[in-house]
Design a protein around this ligand. Structure first.
Ligand code: ZN
Length: 146
């Protein structure tokens, strides 16, 4: 019998506004909120469109093949919350989606030494199963574009 490793980090909370984003993540897909009036993407999700103020929003499923580029990043050498102390250094990036560069999604970069991360680096979204029914979107280097 193998000992299951307990996930010690915070599990993202689903709210009325963001649950379609996390429900899609649990299926290893990306869903983005979109304004029904001006058609702009809204990320992070909210109760209304930050561009035009419309409360009419809808969700678009972008699937599992998500590419982006590093817009900005920081490397953290300290655990700011319990549970992160085993994963240092942690690279936290803001990545611009290739299909909609105005959409920036913040997540960790995994599978890449911190010193190799640079602005403009191509990424793919990947999902880490953190509990039996929850998954976390993260970024990993896109090897095919190198
Ligand atoms: Zn709008």
């Amino acid at each position: 019998m193998t000992q299951a490793t307990k996930y010690e980090k915070p599990v993202p909370l689903k709210t009325l506004d963001n649950h379609p984003y996390w429900d899609a993540a649990d299926r290893h897909e990306l869903a983005l909120q979109k304004c029904s009036d001006c058609k702009g993407y809204i990320h992070p999700p909210g109760p209304s469109c930050p561009s035009c103020g419309s409360p009419a929003t809808e969700w678009e499923n972008l699937g599992s093949d998500i590419s982006a580029t590093v817009y900005s990043y920081i490397t953290s050498y300290r655990p700011f919350l319990p549970g992160f102390q085993h994963d240092l250094p942690t690279v936290i990036t803001v990545a611009a989606l290739d299909v909609a560069p105005e959409v920036k999604i913040m997540a960790n970069i995994i599978g890449c030494p911190a010193e190799e991360v640079e602005i403009g680096m191509p990424l793919k979204m990947t999902w880490t199963d953190i509990t039996p029914d929850r998954a976390l979107p993260q970024w990993t280097p896109s090897r095919s574009q190198n």
